[in-house]
Write a protein that binds this ligand. Structure first.
Ligand code: ADP
Ligand code: MG
Length: 397
């Protein structure tokens, strides 16, 4: 039998045409001021952000990480289970000149703060107590994305003012799509500014001439559906909010510009699966289209090849032979040997399939440096785990 030996150690990855991402160069570059980790839900954005932030801090940067939805145990390990909406120091970071502060985004609190910062105290109170505002600020699709951007803007202003931080690492919300983060501010302001809301709130906004027959038919219908109080609430809310529109838009645009700035680096995190990588491709294209600086792709939770020199075909052939003849290791039952050989073959095939997906991505986007992080055997829920992921992120050569 021909022996095609592929030597793959536990962390080695099959060749792909992409350049390896140099994580330490990115973290050590004093010009890197903001790192944004995006990607579709569940791929490891929060883990990657926290790992990068810890590594940067332990390499001497003054870092703050804005996490959005850390798993409970990770939040505990970082001392951020309480929603305080301000950064606090993480205990257990290895000494040196660097430091790490962390926070978890409180979406509603952030929204409230924006309102308080923009409106007079009475007007702010009126808005904050409005039921429609309460609903919007805690559940409107896109609010979390918008508030993550808002908080990033705030952290950046503070960092510039106080000099407390020289690197901000940002996690992004668990959206279905990575693009939601970029679209949210526009979506929120066009919702508030939109035709529908304008029509709906026309009476509150003024000119009675808008009260056409069609319009009152519509409000009557809506009153039936929503109830008079809800409609009234919406109208009062939008009227009160009206003066803030300019402020909101201007802030969103500022943060958008910040994302396009030179010191910003986007990392797209993806799982080694067709859907996640396709999503990552859309995102890469969008970033390029918007002039947003992409630092690279992180393929997280990659499968690793089992040790040994049997390739998948050889393992399957051996399994069939033993299955047929019953000739196995005399110490073991043939059935177990056959099962192990098949498992071995399966794992190799998964690793190969993932490599094909990565090569496909690299062929479409050859300029995107890539880091591959293997799936660890346990969840990442403490500083040691984050440190390990940081090492793996940095060990791409
Ligand atoms: N490389 C990895 N190996 C093992 N577990 C991982 C790895 N990366 C992430 N995880 C785990 O996967 C889960 C989802 O990760 P998380 O970072 O919260 O994803 P996201 O923020 O994209 O939703 C968490 O429980 C985390 O501990
Ligand atoms: Mg997350």
């Amino acid at each position: 039998m021909s022996r095609k030996r592929t030597r793959v150690g536990p962390l080695a990855t099959p060749e792909s045409t992409a350049d390896p991402l140099d994580v330490d160069a990115l973290l050590d570059d004093q010009n890197t001021r903001i790192i944004v980790c995006c990607g579709s839900g569940g791929v490891g954005k929060t883990t990657t952000s926290a790992s990068l932030a810890l590594r940067a801090a332990e390499r001497g940067r003054k870092v703050v990480v804005l996490t959005i939805d850390p798993a409970r145990r990770l939040a505990q390990a970082m001392g951020i289970e309480a929603l305080e909406n301000t950064p606090r120091p993480v205990e257990g970071v290895n000494g040196g000149p660097g430091s790490l502060d962390a926070m978890m985004l409180d979406m509603k609190r952030t929204f409230d703060e924006v309102v308080e910062g923009q409106a007079s105290p009475e007007k702010a109170k009126q808005i904050l107590e409005n039921p429609f505002y309460v609903a919007l600020s805690s559940s409107f699709a896109g609010t979390q994305e918008y508030m993550a951007m808002e908080k990033l803007g705030q952290l950046h202003r503070d960092a510039v003012e106080t000099g407390d931080y020289d690197l901000i690492v940002v996690d992004t919300p668990p959206s279905r799509s990575a693009l939601d983060f970029l679209d949210a501010p526009e979506r929120l302001s066009s919702f508030l500014d939109g035709k529908f809301i304008r029509l709906l709130t026309a009476p509150a906004r003024g000119p009675a001439r808008l009260m056409t027959a069609g319009f009152s038919m519509m409000t009557n219908a809506l009153t039936k559906i929503l109830g008079a109080t809800v409609l009234q609430d919406m109208q009062t809310f939008v009227a009160a909010f009206d003066t803030l529109f300019g402020g909101f838009r201007a802030r969103a645009q500022k943060t958008y510009a910040l994302l396009q700035a030179e010191g910003t680096a986007f990392l797209v995190v993806a799982a080694p699966e067709p859907d996640a990588l396709r999503e990552a491709e859309y995102f890469v294209e969008r970033l390029t289209g918007e002039d947003m600086p992409l630092a690279g792709l992180v393929v997280n939770r990659a499968s690793t090849a089992p040790a040994g020199s049997l390739d998948a075909d050889e393992a399957m052939a051996a399994a069939s032979r033993i299955d047929r003849t019953g000739a196995g290791d005399p110490e073991q039952t043939p059935g177990l040997t056959v099962a192990l050989l098949r498992l071995h073959a399966d794992r190799i095939r998964i690793v190969e399939r993932e490599a094909v997906l990565r090569r496909r991505f690299a062929a479409a986007h050859p300029a995107v440096p890539t880091a591959v992080v293997p799936a660890l055997s346990t969840d990442v829920h403490d500083l040691a785990g984050l440190r390990r992921v940081g090492e793996l992120l940095a060990a791409q050569r």
